[in-house]
Design a protein around this ligand. Structure first.
Ligand code: MRU
Length: 342
């Protein structure tokens, strides 16, 4: 299994260590999360981000919230579990992986009520480690399936960061590129800078460069002209939540790319593990879209760029309708989308 030169998150000596993504690419600093409140804050503040990575961190957050405490009775244990889970759930609303992972943690307790608190905490740790390990494997499989869609010499456009920094393994969209490259294919990447928080410029470029991938950074508004000039062979993005009709919530700007890809007759692929699919939601309109602080737009990285008092609308995600998607690349294989043609 491919290992990256960095660890996005790691359970070490009884606590969670995360690579602080707010500091990248200028500083490579790790943040120790020794209690669940620190994990919740790290998720909310984007120190750790990307749907699968958020889910994994939350799993370990539950372990931290439950361990090293004296519980008088079952009710106290259950109340604490509810409190820890509800605080972790409140961090970010869009990525379903967060809720999926917390649900798995809750079920461990529900299914083992005959165990004592120490045993339950051991089982919670085991489950969090499994969530992490499974994600790693899912990334590998996604990489293998997705690489079969890429030819030697292809150029891929990607948005935001759906790489190793966003998952427990090699990433989803970027995992496909690493796998194709390992197969000897020469793949070029255009990375959207991804305003307002610049996950593309800061994170995707950082990790692709470490892996020796030929990457060119573009402003978000450059994609159309590159497509028109036939410089792009396909678009591959990740997902935060996929509704049962195939609509995909992902980083704001993903929908723009899907419209452009259709207009230029280019394949638009969504790479995501099964933990990003939400069968309980019928369509994308019902997905809760996070709105973040206007400061991310007006004062990017601490420097005010706009007149004071300007009104700002800054949804962090958008929904790409299923009819714009060529295929979904999951650990199980390639699932045809509405735009799929052979
Ligand atoms: O706000 P972020 O950085 O958490 O948004 C991340 C994305 O939109 C990713 O594309 C998505 O989570 C998939 S990560 C494999």
């Amino acid at each position: 299994m491919k290992e990256m030169n960095f660890k996005t998150l790691e359970w070490k000596d009884g606590y969670l260590v995360i690579l602080d993504q707010t500091k990248l690419p200028l500083q490579v600093e790790y943040l120790d999360c020794k209690n669940f409140e620190q994990v919740a804050k790290a998720i909310k503040d984007l120190n750790i981000r990307g749907a699968p990575a958020i889910g994994i961190a939350a799993g370990f957050g539950v372990v931290l919230g439950m361990q090293n405490r004296d519980y008088k009775n079952w009710e106290e244990y259950q109340n604490r579990l509810n409190q820890v889970i509800s605080i972790l759930e409140s961090t970010r609303p869009t990525a379903v992986n967060l809720f999926w992972a917390l649900d798995r943690m809750r079920k461990v307790v529900e299914n083992n009520k005959d165990k004592n608190f120490e045993e339950l905490n051991q089982l919670l740790l085991k489950e969090a480690i499994s969530i992490h390990q499974e994600d790693k494997l899912m990334c590998e499989r996604i990489g293998e399936h997705g690489a079969s869609l890429l030819k030697d010499g292809d150029t891929v456009l990607t948005h935001c960061n759906a790489g190793a920094l966003a998952t427990g393994g090699i990433g989803t969209a970027l995992g496909i590129i690493y796998t194709a490259q390992a197969q000897g294919k020469k793949i070029k990447v255009f990375a959207d800078e991804t305003r307002p928080v610049l996950q593309g410029a800061r994170l995707t470029v950082w990790e692709l460069k470490q892996e020796g991938v030929d990457v060119t950074l573009i402003c978000d508004n450059t994609a159309a002209v590159l497509m028109k000039k036939k410089k792009i062979d396909c678009v591959i993005v990740g997902a935060d939540r996929i509704a049962s009709n195939g609509d995909v919530a992902n980083k704001i700007g993903t929908y723009n790319l899907a419209v452009l890809a259709k207009a230029h007759d280019l394949p638009f692929y969504v790479a995501a593990p099964s933990s990003s699919f939400d069968p309980s939601i019928s369509d994308g309109e019902k997905i809760k879209i996070e709105e973040r602080s206007e400061d991310e737009v007006t004062c990017g990285f601490g420097k005010r760029m706009t007149p004071l008092g300007v009104k700002v609308y800054s949804p962090a995600f958008d929904v790409t309708p299923a009819e714009l998607i060529t295929a979904y690349i999951t650990e199980e294989g390639i699932k045809e989308g509405v735009r799929f043609k052979v």
